[in-house]
Ligand binder design. Structure first.
Ligand code: ADP
Ligand code: MG
Length: 636
């Protein structure tokens, strides 16, 4: 398995067991909600308050599942955002000036809602600012930074006079809606769980959308996503802000449940616990957040009872036991508990696969953006004296070449000649040290790869870059990212269905065209490496490119598959695409290419038609080390 497809699912794990499932996850979710609603009025006071706490934690953990499990960013500082939400409403509801003044204008029942608004606005601004600074950091620096600002915010809350210092703020009023007071946990718990379920629904919708596919690519697929036109830096910040907002809402509800706030519940410890919840529950799964919040909240209750009796009241042993448990869970269940539970339940609970082509709400259709096909012979891509140095190594040395609409141009040369490096230069993945690249007439120096994508450049990677656990059709749909425009909010509210149906239909069309129709709904990682390369071609085609860059597309394909690929590329050429292909299979290249450029040690040593190149003594000498017969025999 190649290392670049970040997650690899074994085919066996994904194969559905025999027989039909008894229920779908949707039905099970409804049963859960109805059961909870029916039981709510009868549960003991204590249970209700524990459940309310679970709901509050789960709301934060949902954000962390998105951020950490899906987006690949770890935050230990989430409790600080909960604190912002709580303190904002606490201050506005109790400060004599703010509450008196606002209460006079808006009526006192509305003041908590202004508190929510204030909390969200402050959190938004702060999270955006923090995100813009810290999310640029990679590796361990990001989690370390979240610890730093988690601590800072905590101390800030405790040291501000007007927020009551360490004592905090008391006398926060309950929520009152239409004359009904939500003062008791039994009343407010309904709101908490309603908000949580709403958040789960919205986040589920978000992940199941165009933007959701971009979000999933943030973890381990950023370079690829950028090449599909996704602004990954912006998506990271937005995801970070979204998680922070969920935490702030939880803080707002918390403040109106407890009716007082002090800094303690918002310290780093709690931030770490919240991350535990997301990770133990199953960091990549939204319902894992609820599971994790439930388990850890219940466990904490139990430990608080049991440990003092066992070990005395002097030490804070919970933290130790917690840490050990965390180690155990992560050892045994690296992806958290939810996937394990889901796997065990698969015999009874399973999504019935959608019929191919029948997307949701397919009755209303949307149009994807279309790109005009350039006239044959139009100059699409032009490299002028492109050089790339890696330290002392000259990987590309003064390369000039062109690609026109309606031609296949092959780039060949021995391993290490600099072909992949050149691909990166002309697709914006990396900048040339010197020289210039022009795409459809525009100078591209310093532009990111998503700018190349938006001008109509589609590409594949020599080392396949797919989201291994997502289906082929989802991977291919990511290629059409720029042809649709519905954003996060539309996705959360399910207003993107028509566009989503169009994206899915387009993805299936390209998969069909590339001969992988039978595999559209299988996880990409369960395909052979050769087929995964073809998925990459389909993904590039979904973007409706006018320039197609293929890095060793035929590697790993069987003879018939190679022939099908060759026919597909010839057809695309006839449609007016300009195709630049790096390939080692000489028969494939010689039969397909209109022009060939030969690289050796980063330098162009020959360029011309296949016949010219094959007859070029320099090529025979350099590329074949003199052994020319083989190549020429092969090609005939
Ligand atoms: P090809 O695709 O023709 O096999 P590459 O473009 O991958 O060749 O590599 C050309 C040369 O540049 C090789 O010697 C390779 O080791 C070097 N190279 C490629 N990428 C990097 C990098 N990021 N840093 C340093 N050296 C690199
Ligand atoms: Mg290469």
């Amino acid at each position: 398995m190649n290392p670049s497809s970040s997650t690899s699912a074994s085919p066996a794990a994904n194969a559905a067991p025999e027989g039909r499932p008894l229920v779908t996850p949707r039905v099970l979710t409804l049963v859960f909600i109805v059961a909870l609603a029916l039981a709510w009025g009868w549960l003991p006071e204590f249970t209700v308050s524990v459940l309310s706490n679970i709901g509050l934690y789960a709301l934060v953990a949902v954000g962390l599942v998105l951020l950490t499990g899906v987006g690949g960013m770890t935050s230990f500082g989430q409790a600080a955002f909960v604190g912002m939400g709580a303190y904002a409403t606490a201050w506005i509801c109790t400060s004599p000036t703010a509450a008196g003044w606002l209460g006079g204008i808006a009526g006192s029942a509305l003041v908590p809602w202004l508190g929510l608004l204030l909390g969200l606005v402050l959190t938004f601004a702060l999270a955006w600012a923090l995100g813009a600074v810290t999310l640029k950091l990679s590796g361990h620096y990001l989690p370390l930074c979240t610890i730093a600002w988690g601590l800072s915010l905590y101390f800030l809350l405790g040291n501000m006079e007007f927020l009551g210092g360490q004592t905090g703020i008391t006398g926060i009023p309950p929520l009152v809606v239409a004359g009904v007071s939500f003062a008791t946990p039994r009343m407010l718990g309904v709101v908490i769980w309603a908000v949580l379920l709403l958040a789960l629904w919205a986040m589920h919708n978000l992940l199941d959308s165009r933007e959701g596919r971009a979000i999933r690519a943030l973890k381990g697929g950023r370079l690829m996503a950028e090449s599909m036109g996704v602004d990954t830096a912006r998506h990271r910040i937005k995801l970070f802000v979204l998680a922070a907002l969920l935490a702030a809402i939880s803080g707002w509800l918390y403040a109106h449940m407890q009716r007082f706030v002090n800094p303690t519940p918002f310290n780093l410890n709690i931030g770490i616990e919240m991350l535990f919840m997301a990770v133990v529950g199953g960091a990549g799964h939204l319902w894992g957040a609820v599971l994790g919040a439930t388990l850890i909240t219940l466990l904490k209750e139990k430990l608080q009872d049991v440990l003092p009796a066992l070990l005395g009241t002097s030490g804070n042993f919970e933290v130790v036991v917690f840490g050990l448990l965390m180690l155990f869970v992560l050892q045994r269940f690296a992806d958290g508990l939810w996937p394990t539970i889901a796997r065990l339940a698969r015999r009874w609970v399973r999504e019935v696969p959608r019929a191919a082509g029948a997307g949701p709400a397919a009755s209303t259709t949307a149009q994807l953006a279309q790109r005009a096909v350039p006239a044959a012979g139009t100059l699409l891509l032009q490299a002028d004296g492109v050089s790339k140095r890696f330290g002392g190594l000259v990987a590309n040395n003064d390369i000039s070449m062109t690609l026109k609409a309606g031609e296949v141009h092959a780039l060949i040369g021995p391993n290490g000649a600099g072909k992949s490096t050149f691909f990166n230069m002309i697709s914006g993945v990396d900048d040339p040290t010197t020289g210039e690249v022009r795409l459809v007439g525009q100078a591209m120096s310093g532009k990111p790869s998503r700018a190349f994508a938006s001008l109509g450049l589609g590409r594949t990677f020599q080392h396949v870059r797919l989201l291994g656990q997502r289906s082929v059709v989802e991977n291919v749909a990511l290629g059409a990212h720029l042809r649709a425009k519905r954003g996060w909010l539309a996705a959360m509210l399910r207003l993107d269905r028509a566009e989503e149906a169009a994206l899915m239909a387009e993805a299936r069309r390209q998969i069909e065209r590339c001969g992988l129709g039978a595999h559209a709904d299988t996880p990409a990682a369960s395909l052979s490496l050769g087929q995964q390369r073809v998925v990459e071609i389909a993904r590039a085609l979904a973007g409706q490119p006018s320039v197609l860059l293929l890095d060793e597309p035929a590697a790993g394909l069987r003879h018939l598959e190679k022939r099908a690929l060759s026919e597909l590329l010839a057809q695309l050429r006839a449609e007016g695409l300009g195709i630049l292909v790096v390939e080692h299979d000489m028969e494939f290249v010689m039969n397909l290419a209109d022009r060939i450029t030969v690289l050796e040690f980063g330098t162009v040593i020959a360029t011309g038609t296949p016949a010219e190149v094959q007859a070029n003594p320099r090529v025979l000498e350099a590329y074949l080390g003199g052994a020319d017969d083989e190549l020429l025999e092969d090609a005939r």
